[in-house]
Ligand binder design. Structure first.
Ligand code: SAM
Length: 330
């Protein structure tokens, strides 16, 4: 295989030239022996002074998974271009979204994603619905979506076809695992499968974590995940409004984006002085007038804002926000 041998100092300049003239072989890796850099050349490059024929040492470039997926799929290039570059992978389950034009190819696409990403199931994701935030999905490969996803050193076991796991909230989950909650009593009002309560228990040295979840299925995985991670969290299967916790918590987590009506219940759970982590979805105008918006929500209480943060784009013109507030009841 012919390579152009170039002194390391000149490599960047030469690489640029080779790319400009399309002489660089796309399937092989550029490599270096420390002093020289070797550029793999396409066939037809004229032999010359610094051209060396290297046998055995050169390496084939690893194809990225997306290219491999496209390679497997038998469809026109204009359709291939519409195959999404993004997907979510939780343990061994993959979720993808497809434009309608690809629906009739969904099973082939599912098979290709499963093969390349080594997934046991591939789900076509169409959104989430209802108060339990249940995903709307269709199996396009496999039939079992119970999986164990690892994030930030935590194992989350859940059924990805029935319970949502928001990859867009990863920073928020990691942030919550680093809060200073030493010796605190923490109540997670919308615990799900333990998104926040498990990392807090594992990393933040609280006195106690109570995790409330209303959906029986999510609760089942919450209990399983507490065991799986060997943490101390007290799970409660209930609507959080029916749980009799008063003047108890140093910190209440409201990790649910429709939680406005739950604010009085969160405040009731707090000690005389405590922190609320509030999540919501706001229009961009509300974000612009954030202090007015916050006041319309918390104005009945003595509050101060500790932190305001945009978690992610939620929908066109809608943002997922999180706010940390200090509440004083007297
Ligand atoms: N914060 C999560 C993350 O990082 O991906 C996502 C939010 S989680 C899906 C919200 C949970 O709140 C759901 O499991 C839902 O069942 C639960 N929930 C909704 N209303 C509730 C209520 N009134 N009481 C207790 N749990 C509730």
């Amino acid at each position: 295989m012919l390579h152009l041998k170039v002194e390391k100092e000149n490599a960047e300049k030469i690489r640029f030239k080779l790319m400009e003239n399309r002489w660089l072989h796309p399937d092989f890796e550029i490599f270096s022996d420390g002093r020289y850099v070797y550029f793999p050349l396409k066939e037809g490059y004229e032999s010359g002074e610094n051209i060396v024929d290297i046998k055995g040492m050169f390496r084939k470039k690893k194809k990225n998974p997306y290219d491999k997926i496209l390679e497997i799929l038998h469809m026109d290039d204009n359709l291939k271009n519409k195959v999404p570059h993004h997907w979510e992978k939780y343990g061994d389950v993959v979720l993808i979204q497809l434009p309608e034009i690809l629906y009739s190819y969904r099973k082939d696409i599912g098979r290709a994603f499963a093969e390349v990403l080594k997934a046991k199931s591939v789900l076509l994701y169409k959104g989430v619905e209802g108060e339990f935030r249940k995903p709307l999905v269709e199996f396009i490969f496999g039939n079992d979506a119970v999986t164990t996803h690892t994030e930030n050193g935590i194992f989350y076991r859940f059924d990805a076809s029935r319970i949502m796991f928001s990859s867009g909230n990863v920073d928020e989950r990691i942030r919550m695992s680093r809060i200073d909650a030493v010796g605190e009593r923490v109540v997670d009002m919308f615990a799900g499968i333990g998104y926040f309560s498990i990392p807090i228990s594992k990393y933040c040295f609280p006195e106690r974590v109570i995790a409330i979840e209303k959906n029986e299925e999510a609760y089942k995985y919450l209990v399983e995940n507490i065991k799986l991670n060997g943490v101390s969290v007290d799970p409660i299967l209930s609507d959080n409004r029916d749980v009799n916790i008063r003047d108890y918590a140093d910190r209440v987590i409201m990790g649910y984006i429709h939680s406005e009506e739950f604010i009085p219940f969160a405040v009731r759970m707090l000690k005389q002085r405590g922190i609320i982590h509030y999540h919501d979805t706001w229009r961009k105008e509300q974000v612009k007038d954030r202090y007015e918006t916050i006041n319309s929500l918390f104005g009945d209480f003595n509050y101060s804002v500790l932190r305001f943060h945009i978690v992610k784009n939620y929908a066109p013109n809608i943002l997922h926000v999180s706010i940390d507030l200090l509440i004083r009841k007297v």
